[in-house]
Every structure is written in C-alpha cells, then in structure tokens.
Design a protein around this ligand. Sequence first.
Ligand SMILES: Nc1ncnc2c1ncn2[C@@H]1O[C@H](COP(=O)(O)OP(=O)(O)OP(=O)(O)O)[C@@H](O)[C@H]1O
Ligand SMILES: [Mg+2]
Ligand SMILES: [Zn+2]
Length: 506
Amino acid sequence: MIRIKSAFALGIHAFPVDIEVDISNGLPQLIVVGLPDTSIKEARERVRTAIKNSGYQIPADKITINLAPADIKKEGAAFDFPIALGILACHGVISPEKLANYTFLGELALDGALRPLKGALVITTGLKNHSFILPSKNAAEAALAKGTVIFPVQDLKETVEFLNGNKPIEPISNSAYKNTPPQQGFLDFSEVKGQLAAKRAIEIAVSGNHQLLFIGPPGSGKTMLARRIPSILPPMDFEEALEITKIHSVSGSIPEGCDLIRERPFRSPHHTSSAIALAGGGTQPKPGEISLAHGGVLFLDEFPEFRRDALEILRGPLEDGCITISRAKNQVSYPANFLLVATMNPCMCGHLGDRNRTCRCSLGQIHKYRSKISGPILDRIDIQIEVPALSFQTLTSQETFAEDSASIRSRVCACRKIQKARYRQKPYDTNSQMSPRDIKSFATPDVQGRKLIEMAMKELRLSARAYYKILKIARTISDLAGCEQIQSDHIAEAIQYRSLDRQWWS
Ligand SMILES: Nc1ncnc2c1ncn2[C@@H]1O[C@H](COP(=O)(O)OP(=O)(O)OP(=O)(O)O)[C@@H](O)[C@H]1O
Ligand SMILES: [Mg+2]
Ligand SMILES: [Zn+2]
C-alpha cells in the first residue's frame, strides 16, 4: 500500500488529506473509499488516460483508494494528481520513499498536464514546513508562505522524472515581499471640480474606514468621486496583503504571474447581482463580492436598484466584519471587512432638491423609492452626505483649484498611523471598528463637545447606534486634525454626516 500526502482548502483554512492506494488481483476496477462525490467514477477514466498519455503502461488491476479523513467534500479533479502518482508507485514506476517527502497539489488534465488549483496559498500558509509539488502556475502565489519549499512542475511526466532523480527542479521558497510600489494609474481627484464637502467626507471615510452613502441628482459626480477612491487608499502590510490574497486565491481570481495582491481591492458589482454573488456560496462555498472587497472598497452604485435580499446580506458583515456561509455539510466563514461606498438619487426622477430642475415625483413615490433601503442597513452607514448638482460656473471655470490624490492620500496615511498606534493592543486598527466600551476609553469629547452631542441626540432624535457613530467619526476627524482630545467642532462636523437621518428617512 502506498500513502501520499495532499491537501485541500475550505474557506481560508487548509486541511491535510492522506491518500492510500492499494493494488490487488481481481477484476480491473477503481474503488474509492471516503468520497461522497459521484464524479469519482469519471476520475478512474481521467487518471488512466492521463497516465497513458504521459507514456506509462500499467496493467488493469483492482485499485482501491482511500481518502482520509473520510468526510472530505471532493470537487472535480482535486486529487487526481496524487492518485495517479500513487498508482504509478504501486506499479514500481516511482519509489514510494520518494513520494513520502512531498505534499502534492493540482488537477490533472487528460494529457497529463497539471492545471492550477484554487486556494494554493491557503494550503501552503496553512500547512507549515511542508515541501510541495504543485503546478508551476501556482508557484509564485504558493511560495509566499513562510517556511515552505515549492517544486513547480508542468505535468505528470516531469513529476515522475523529478522524483526518480532524472530531472532536477529548482525549488522556490518564501518569495521576498517588496513593499507596495507607489500607486499609479489611478483616476485622480484633481479632475473633480468643486464638491469639497463630498471630498472631505471621502477623506474621513477612508481614514477611519467609515461606511459612506452619497445622495444626489444625476450627473452631480457621485460615480466619478467614488471611482477615484482607490487613489487615496493607504498601503497594506504583508499580513493584510496575505489575507486578501488568500481570499482571492480561493475564488481563483488571482491573475496569472501575480503572487501577492498588493493593492487594496475595489469591487463594484452590478446592481443586478444576486445575493449569492454578493455573499458567496456554492457546494464548496466560494467568497462573494463582499469578501473579495475585504481590506478595500465595496462600491454599490445605484444602491436602491440592488435586490432587497442582496442588500440585506450586508447587515451582518457591516456589523462584525465577516460572513458565514452554511451549506448542507460545510460551514465556511470568510472575512468581509470592507469600506462600503454607496450612491443613490434623492428620488425616482433624481431631481428632488436640485437647484436647476424640478422633481416630478409624488410623495408616495419618493417614500417608496427611499424605503428600498431598509432602516437597519441605513443605520449601519456611518456617513451620509448630499452631493448637489454643480453650478455651471464651477463646472466650466478654469481656475478652480482641486487638490490631487497624492496630497489627500498622505493625510489618510498619517491618520491611519495614529489609529494603528492607538489600537496596537486591539484586534482591529481603524476607528470605525471600536466597540462601545472602547469608545468610552478612546473617544471621549471635551465638555463642550459632550454638551453638543447631548443636544443633538435630543433634537435630531438619533438612535443609540447613531450616537456611537458620531463619536467614531469625530475620533477620525480629530485624528486627521492631529488632536488627541475630541473637540466640539469635531463633534459638530460629525453630526452633519448623520443629519440626513431625520429629514430624509422619516
Ligand atoms: N465635480 C465635477 N467635476 C468635473 N466633472 C464632473 C463633475 N461632476 C460631474 N462631472 C461630469 O459629469 C459626468 C457624470 O458624473 P457622474 O456619472 O459621476 O454622475 P452621478 O452623480 O453618478 O450621476 P447618476 O446619479 O446619474 O449616476 C462625469 O463623467 C463628469 O464628466
Ligand atoms: Mg452614477
Ligand atoms: Zn423626483
């Protein structure tokens, strides 16, 4: 009996698998134990064909294969490669001792070539100090894991020759992480004229990771503003980049040749997206848009046009930064800590409150349009701000000075640094993630500020959640100003970002 090591990824966790291959006399057949998946019947043909097409002759025997642990959910051709090697070892083509040194990953094509697998990085970071033989297309990504040695191979034949000592392969280990290169190629904020209040809101939102909603008439520049956010996102450290890369590795969306994702994601799913597309799902639950946006931005343009059930998905993740997907057998949890940026018009026709045009919507229509965003969702959005239509003068003026993204980004980075230092003992590093108890110790305003927020609570009839949000936003505003203590003008500005609460939604 031959034993071979392999592994699979479920969510962002790795699980080792032991594959035992046994050959005995009897009717030629392939029996697989420990696999519920029906596709295993096809595996027999795939493995045989791949072995034959790689130039090896093997007699038709009775082959028994046992996968341990037994309750592995198998998908497609995930273990064909190690199974094929096991069969070859049983027939003396490879020496079994050689097999024992490595963990084998990859899918086998009919011609014996190795196809890249999903989640390679998840497996190599999860199983420490293993030596892996895996498809060369996964090598750069897989080698990011510390303490692993990767032998990249093209196909079954090359693997056999390597194991038999007939072909040397240069191993790769722990590719060096270079700091995020200077950002380039992004749309720049200097192209947006006016809209100073909206730009300020973006700067605060990105600095403290506060959820953001833009409300304004068509053509006021909401989409234009949001699309420029990537240009001011702060850089990532290696651990963050690794976590994001793992999530994208599971979804198989890392571009070929790219090892580590070095830029924060900016995801803008279309409003026709299903709840599953946003949340994630499938038999082996794959991450959805909200997890692919982890560490970066989830941009939901035309917010009310999204399906109600898709929007409701956001409630949990907006609160606790992760999502759990439950399927019949598997329960998978993915991180989903993103900056939500959403846009909407004030009403169906879009011109309510517009200086230049008149709104034709009835009160009922306006109410119906706004009620598409449920109270609980709205309550979770920290910053709500109106983006009014630009006056013709501002839009056409040549001399309007607009700050470029680099200047804004440097303030964002400085503000993130202050937060990181403050929260070094905490499991989070931005103001928006403070718990109510932490707010007490980190975000107490001065006496005047306290009076102001008390008054605002009464006058605007704000919820308890709004109260905490105001304090968190004020914390970011005072960090941007370089102030240790939150002052009343910081509170005053923070309240503005919640003032739509009453006028708009009641
Ligand atoms: N502040 C601005 N500075 C320069 N150009 C602008 C500005 N605002 C709008 N524009 C121009 O108007 C176009 C439309 O803007 P944008 O698509 O961002 O509007 P919007 O607010 O998203 O509208 P809608 O509600 O219809 O989606 C932009 O592509 C840009 O050319
Ligand atoms: Mg738009
Ligand atoms: Zn209208």
